[in-house]
Design a protein around this ligand. Structure first.
Ligand SMILES: *Cc1c(COP(=O)(O)O)cnc(C)c1O
Length: 233
């Protein structure tokens, strides 16, 4: 399940180009581009691709499988103590312990059972990872995330009852729809719940997301190239 790593110089150039595009999109609002964190999604690419991005100054990475994150990043932690690893894929409750041990941020908190398991593991491990509640803004049957109608109640359960550190909201708009209304809806749900962070925008739509308030854009193929393996979830 590994794609060939592009040349290190190509990765550095792509990262610079994406930062420039984020800054341009931010300028149209206007907002400070420093408020947008670029999460480099390295799934299916080998550790040498991560090494090239680290050498180019990138520190925030995203993986959608717990196992892949566990395999790829530990060796970089000593040299890059400011490396931040985001889990952006579906999290099964039987992987919570490993996810909490190896990741720094969870973007896919989407159901009560998972919230309870995370609360238990945070208590046990002493590691309390910031969490994004994933909202299924397109109400797609096959997609993870709580429905927009359930979002307020689910956020309250996570934050008030289980005392989880909920940082914000995350969404993945339907592939065949205009993303802007989905980003706007996520922003609206976050605002009415007093949440400041929005994880939204991928290679094809991160500029739109920045214009609509994204604080975290999750960009993969625009940095590392196309993937030959479909991502899980
Ligand atoms: C793969 C993935 C991304 C990155 O997608 P690209 O289109 O390659 O930028 C972002 N978010 C999630 C949840 C993903 O699984």
């Amino acid at each position: 399940m590994t794609d060939p790593a592009p040349e290190a110089s190509a990765i550095a150039a792509s990262l610079a180009a994406i930062h420039a595009r984020i800054a341009e999109a931010a300028a149209t609002v206007p907002r400070d581009p420093a408020g947008v964190t670029l999460v480099a999604v390295a799934k299916t690419f080998p550790a040498e691709a991560v090494a090239a991005a680290l050498a180019a100054g990138q520190r925030q990475f995203g993986e959608n499988r717990v196992q892949e994150g566990m395999a790829k990043y530990p060796s970089f932690r000593a040299q890059y103590p400011d490396l931040v690893l985001h889990l952006i894929g579906p999290l099964q409750t039987n992987k919570v312990k490993q996810a909490v041990a190896h990741f720094d941020v969870i973007h896919t908190l989407d159901r009560p059972k998972l919230a309870e398991e995370l609360a238990r593991e945070f208590e046990k491990s002493g590691r309390r990872l910031p969490c994004f509640v994933q909202v299924n803004t397109g109400e797609e049957d096959q997609k993870a995330g709580c429905s927009p109608a359930e979002a307020d109640a689910f956020i309250a359960l996570c934050r008030d009852d289980l005392k989880l550190p909920v940082a914000g909201l995350m969404c993945i708009p339907p592939a065949d729809e205009e993303p802007a209304p989905h980003f706007a809806l996520l922003n609206k749900i976050a605002k009415r719940n007093g949440l400041g962070q929005l994880s939204m925008g991928m290679s094809g739509d991160f500029e739109t997301a920045v214009m609509l308030g994204a604080t975290h854009v999750r960009v993969g193929s625009a940095i590392f190239g196309g993937r030959s393996y479909p991502p899980a979830g």
